[in-house]
Design a protein around this ligand. Structure first.
Ligand code: ZN
Ligand code: ZN
Ligand code: ZN
Ligand code: ZN
Ligand code: ZN
Ligand code: ZN
Ligand code: ZN
Length: 409
């Protein structure tokens, strides 16, 4: 380098005088930029460079590299491929190049676990760490077999559906949590189960076996309970029936009595004595008299065998105590002519005002008289045939009570 510069200068200044002048000119060291402060005549530069700490020389370890003197120590210690050095982890001595190859492979170098568990382990122990110690390794839950990282498997296990829990009834065996309901319902030997006749009133409770024994031993007792329930229900049914009857009771004071199967009923009345048809009971008003009509198709008394007889009788009612006695309302019977043209229909109507002296109109006793008051000769059998009083084997008879009328119409 220096020779090259000088030969260039010689070419420019071939004159020895001027060469002398040049060699005497003051220059900086060629390593001025790298930090060498040396400055002197050009002719002393060569000698300076022999000692300039920034000038490069061959590596003292003969690796072939040119190294500035100032960096030689570092080179020999750290980067020269021919240096001797110990691995800081395993302390084995290597040449520089071998150490470079060794670095990154040293079995003793602590490295972070690849599972990111945060642990540093020597490279040679990583497999063992991953398999045996790493907190992020997957391990199966011992109850359900699902895999969890080692640091979460415990928390999972506490809530795991398959984890055994002690039976709350303290029977012997722990039960997997998800089977606990079924266990308590079907299998627990300590659960206090109610007797299956609980609804009938049996208060017995006990383990499954105890209940089974109890059921076998308590047939008679259970039968009594069930029979009491049946009796209670029968009473309730009666009360309900009475309530329904009360609700469906006719309180209008008028009854239209539909007598179906007329022919058969008439035939029966003709061959047997005293066949009486009775109507549904009805009230004259909501809190009024309770009445019932009766009908002898083949007549009764003065009308026997020739007429149809109708009667009304007073039944013991619920409000009798509040009513006026004797009964004094006008009663009328209407036999409907079911003619297809209503204009030509000709109904038969009979009515009466009760005779206050007649005992039938006094307040009835609990056992009412067999016969009421009415018309033994209401309609003759001949008349029944003449018009459409019976149509489609049905007859309609209206019984009406009118409290306002005191004169029979
Ligand atoms: Zn220098
Ligand atoms: Zn070297
Ligand atoms: Zn090493
Ligand atoms: Zn790890
Ligand atoms: Zn589990
Ligand atoms: Zn249990
Ligand atoms: Zn029982």
């Amino acid at each position: 380098m220096i020779k090259f510069i000088i030969s260039k200068i010689k070419k420019i200044y071939p004159d020895p005088e001027s060469e002398k002048a040049i060699m005497g000119s003051v220059v900086y060291c060629i390593h001025h930029k790298e930090g060498c402060q040396w400055s002197d005549e050009l002719r002393k530069l060569k000698a300076h460079l022999n000692t300039c700490k920034h000038d490069a020389v061959l590596c003292a370890a003969h690796c072939g590299a040119m190294i500035p003197r100032v960096l030689m120590q570092d080179h020999l210690r750290y980067t020269c491929p021919r240096r001797r050095a110990n691995c800081e982890h395993c302390h084995t001595e290597f040449s520089g190049s071998a150490l470079e190859e060794h670095q990154g492979n040293c079995g003793h170098e602590p490295i972070y676990c690849e599972n990111k568990c945060g642990a540093k382990v020597q490279r040679r122990h990583t497999q063992q760490h991953l398999q045996q110690h790493c907190s992020k390794r997957l391990v199966p839950c011992r109850h359900c077999g699902q895999k969890y990282t080692q640091d979460t498997v415990c928390a999972h296990g506490e809530g795991c559906a398959r984890a055994p829990v002690p039976c709350p009834q303290r029977c012997a065996a722990p039960v997997p949590r998800d089977l606990l309901d079924a266990h308590l319902r079907d299998h627990c030997t300590a659960a206090a189960l109610p007797c299956s006749f609980r609804d009938a009133g049996c208060r017995f409770k006990g383990s499954r076996q105890a209940v089974e024994r109890h059921t076998e031993e308590s047939c008679a007792q259970h039968l009594c309970l069930v029979s009491a329930v049946a009796a209670r229900q029968a009473r309730q049914l009666d009360a309900l029936r009475a309530a329904v009857a009360r609700l469906s009771l006719n309180c209008t004071g008028a009854l239209v009595w539909r007598i179906a199967d007329w022919t058969a009923k008439m035939a029966e009345a003709k061959c047997k004595d005293g066949v009486e048809l009775v109507s549904p009971a009805f009230y004259t008003s909501q809190y009024g008299y309770k009445l019932q009509a009766s009908l002898f198709l083949n007549g009764n008394g003065a009308g026997e065998s020739t007429h149809m007889s109708v009667y009304i009788k007073i039944l013991p009612g619920e409000y009798d105590a509040l009513l006026r006695w004797p009964f004094a309302h006008t009663v009328s019977f209407t036999l409907f002519d079911q003619s297809s043209s209503p204009d030509r229909a000709c109904n038969i109507v009979e009515s009466f005002v009760p005779d206050p002296t007649w005992k039938n109109f006094q307040r009835p006793s609990k056992e009412p008289d067999a016969l009421g008051f009415g018309f033994p000769r209401f309609v003759s059998h001949e008349m029944l045939k003449k018009r459409n009083f019976v149509k489609d084997d049905i007859m309609f008879l209206r019984v009406k009570v009118d409290p306002s009328k005191i004169v029979a119409v």
